[in-house]
Design a protein around this ligand. Structure first.
Ligand code: NDP
Length: 290
C-alpha cells in the first residue's frame, strides 16, 4: 500500500545508492576507485551482520572494499597500528571502526587515530568540531544524523526557519550532530536527555521530533503535536510472545495517528545510515583525489 505518511528510508536510500554508483563510475574514468576499510575487533554477532552488509554495499557501489576482522584478544597497540597503516594506504579513502570494541580497548583513542580526511563516520574531533562551528560544507557528517537530515529535508525543504525541533538523546554519534544539522537548517532546537524534566511537554511543542534514546517505544502518541514529523532512530530488539521483533524508540501506531509523517522501523533510518556511509566514502575519495 502506498502511504504518503510513511517516510520510506529504504526508498530514499536506494535512490542515494544509485547516485553513488553513477558518480563512482564517473570517478573511475579519472582513475579513482573509492576504497572503504572496515575494522572490526572480535565477533559480536550484530557487528558481524552490519560489517557484512556494509562490505556488500561497498562492493555493489563499485568501491574497493576491505574488511579487517581482528581477534577479540587484539590489544590497543595492534588496533592502532592497523588504523595508522590504513591512514597511509593510498587505496583507502574511508576507514570505519565498527563499534562497540571489546572491553579493554579504548574506542575513543582508536577513533581519534583515524585521519580526519578518511573519517567517513565523522566521529573525529576535527569533523565534529567543524560541524559544531557550522562548517557543514567542509566536514564529514556522521552517517545516521546525515541520513535523518536528508529525510527531513525531502519532506520539509532545506530551510526549517520557524520550525521547532526536539532531539531526544545527546550521544556524539546521533543526538548532538543531529541537533547541529537541524540548527544549521535554521530550526529552533531543543536537546533532551535522561536528566530532562517534563519531556512530554517539550515534545508537544515540536514540529519535528527525532528520537535517539535506545528505549523501545519510549515516545508516546499523546506527546506528539498534531501534524509533527517524526524520525525514529531507535533499533530495539524485543520479545513479542514467542517471537522477536524490531521496534523503534517511538510507539509507532499511536504516534503515526498524530504525525504528518513518520519513519518506520525497520525500513526508515537504518537503510539511510549505510547509504550515507557510501556517500561519505565517495566524497572522501573525491576530495583526496587519488
Ligand atoms: P546512546 O545510548 O549513546 O544515547 C542515548 C541517549 O538517550 C542519551 O543521550 C541518554 O541521555 C538519552 N536517554 C536515555 N534515557 C532517556 C530518558 N528516559 N529520557 C530522555 N533521554 C534519555 O544511544 P545512541 O545515540 O548511540 O543510539 C540511540 C538509538 O539509536 C539506539 O536505539 C540505537 O540502537 C539507535 N541507532 C540506530 C542507528 C541506525 O542506523 N538506525 C545508528 C545508531 C544508533 P544521557 O546522555 O543523559 O544518558
Amino acid at each position: 500500500m502506498n502511504d504518503d505518511k510513511i517516510i520510506s528510508g529504504k526508498l530514499a536510500a536506494s535512490v542515494l545508492i544509485e547516485d553513488v554508483k553513477r558518480e563512482t563510475a564517473a570517478l573511475a574514468a579519472r582513475g579513482i576507485k573509492p576504497g572503504l576499510a572496515v575494522v572490526m575487533v572480535g565477533d559480536d554477532p550484530a557487528s558481524t551482520v552490519y560489517v557484512t552488509s556494509k562490505g556488500r554495499m561497498a562492493d555493489d557501489c563499485g568501491f574497493l572494499s576491505r574488511t579487517y576482522a581482528l581477534d577479540a584478544k587484539s590489544n590497543q597497540a595492534e588496533v592502532i597500528e592497523l588504523v595508522k597503516t590504513l591512514n597511509d594506504d593510498d587505496e583507502i579513502h574511508g576507514i570505519l571502526i565498527q563499534l562497540p570494541l571489546p572491553a579493554g580497548l579504548d574506542a575513543e583513542r582508536v577513533i581519534q587515530t583515524v585521519t580526519p580526511s578518511k573519517d567517513v563516520d565523522g566521529f573525529s574531533e576535527i569533523n565534529a568540531g567543524r560541524l559544531a562551528i557550522g562548517s557543514t560544507g567542509s566536514t564529514i557528517v556522521p552517517c545516521t544524523p546525515a541520513g535523518c537530515a536528508l529525510l527531513i529535508q525531502q519532506r520539509l525543504g532545506a530551510d526549517l526557519s520557524g520550525k521547532r525541533a526536539i532531539v531526544i538523546g545527546r550521544s556524539n554519534i546521533v543526538g548532538k550532530p543531529m541537533a547541529q544539522l537541524l540548527l544549521a537548517a535554521n530550526a529552533t532546537v531543543t536537546i533532551a536527555h535522561s536528566r530532562t524534566a517534563d519531556l512530554p511537554s517539550l515534545v508537544r511543542d515540536a514540529d519535528i521530533v527525532v528520537a535517539a534514546v535506545g528505549r523501545p517505544e519510549f515516545v508516546k502518541g499523546d506527546w506528539i503535536k498534531p501534524g509533527a514529523l517524526i524520525i525514529d532512530v531507535g533499533i530495539n530488539r524485543v520479545s513479542r510472545g514467542e517471537k522477536k521483533a524490531l521496534v523503534g524508540d517511538v510507539a509507532y501506531d499511536e504516534c503515526y495517528a498524530k504525525a504528518s509523517a513518520i519513519t518506520p522501523v525497520p525500513g526508515g533510518v537504518g537503510p539511510m545510515t549505510i547509504a550515507m556511509l557510501m556517500k561519505n566514502t565517495l566524497e572522501a575519495a573525491r576530495r583526496i583525489g587519488r
